[in-house]
Design a protein. Structure first.
Length: 78
């Protein structure tokens, strides 16, 4: 096992006093971070095509207007 930072040790100790549901949520986040560090994400064919199209749009200077961005945030309650 590698070295553990004092900050992480302090956070883990504090988390031990949390309600179990909050501890489970914290554990899920840490597990997700661990998986990200260990396993590269593999794009699906559809994701790769979407990304390539988005990059092509950006190269052509096709960006959402401020009004379009504001409307999207409003639709999603942000």
């Amino acid at each position: 096992m590698g070295q553990v930072s004092k900050r992480l040790e302090k956070a883990v100790e504090a988390a031990k006093a949390w309600p179990l549901d909050r501890q489970e949520a914290a554990a899920e986040v840490l597990e997700h971070l661990d998986r990200l560090a260990m396993t590269p994400y593999k794009l699906s064919s559809e994701e790769r095509a979407d990304l390539e199209e988005a990059l092509a749009e950006a190269r052509r200077g096709e960006f959402a207007s401020d009004a379009e961005v504001a409307a999207m945030f409003a639709r999603h309650g942000m």
